[in-house]
Write a protein that binds this ligand. Sequence first.
Ligand code: NAP
Length: 343
Amino acid sequence: MTTLPQSMFATVLLHDGFTGSPTGPYIDDAGDWLAEAELPVPEPGPGQVLIKLRAASVNPSDIHFIKGEYGQPRVKGAAAGFEGCGDVVATGKGAEALQDQRVAFVTGGSGAWAEYVLAPAIMCIPLRPEISDEDGAAQIVNPLTAMAMVDIARASGDAFVLSAATSQLGKLMCSLGRDLGLKPIALVRRPETVEALKELGAAEVLVTTHPNVVQDFSQICKDLKPRVFLDAVVDQLSEQVFCAMPNQARWICYGKLSAEAPTLTQSGQLIFMGKQIEGFWLTNWVTSTPPEVQARVVAEVQARFADGRWKTDISERLSLKALVPNLASALKKSGGKVIITPQ
Ligand SMILES: NC(=O)c1ccc[n+]([C@@H]2O[C@H](COP(=O)([O-])OP(=O)(O)OC[C@H]3O[C@@H](n4cnc5c(N)ncnc54)[C@H](OP(=O)(O)O)[C@@H]3O)[C@@H](O)[C@H]2O)c1
């Protein structure tokens, strides 16, 4: 039995609750939202485990959350961070089976950006040995979302549209779509990423800053007839893309990378063309999907990481103690995740 320390280093929230005016998952200085603290090492209650952190990921949801613009309220003084990977060092009643296992986890509230993390046992996935700690730290939020959303797209035809396709989630969805025989139509904002996206599996790649992007997209729609638009940006161009899609199209908003609020310009699209605008949130998928389906999806996710069909691109590694001073500049790099390590 490991002897646990009394206290631990953690990166904690500076504010409570929500903010009134969301500005997106961007920060100028992490010190506006986070502070360094020494906290007591928590004790797991029934159904919980205590995890010694190996690696945590920084997702856009973490940044929305620390700023008070995510789907759950902040608790001032609590550790930040939702997702990571580590070793179970103590268990509460009913969670004993996870003792000593290396797991991927999502926290119940927040708390992943600390040396020790509490997580509900049902939000922990024992990791196959082939999976690295860094892939383990990004094993749940984006991969399960990719599986769930591509499944939605597959039910509506051969082609689907995705925005912010250079995001980690976008890349997972392009390659999964290709592997399933689908035709992902990728929207990116940087022209230099087009070839890499095609290699990953995108059937078409459109650059959103190009002046003819909507006309080019309309032409592609005539050929490929995509009926699902998986959108993490949700700006006015998204609305134009939705309007260019064929009847019965669904605009599924699952992120808010743009701070711009789009205006709906053609309500007839909803009335006469049977189109729909909806949202997707993994939290709702987890609570509404039968456990046996989730187990199948989790096994497929791990198989894809274990054999190299999926990987986590990393733009920067930061230790917990280097996080607050360096997070804002690390997030400005394109092309991968910021990964947090305990040391
Ligand atoms: N609803 C859910 O359940 C759920 C679950 C998981 C993720 N998400 C959402 O999925 C999205 C992607 O997450 P991720 O972890 O894969 O992100 P990520 O790897 O951190 O990548 C985000 C990328 O989006 C691109 N981007 C940022 N702002 C943009 C803008 N205004 N317009 C176009 N592209 C922009 C940037 O790519 P370039 O720099 O290459 O242009 C950036 O690297 C986020 O919005 C996240 O909140 C939602």
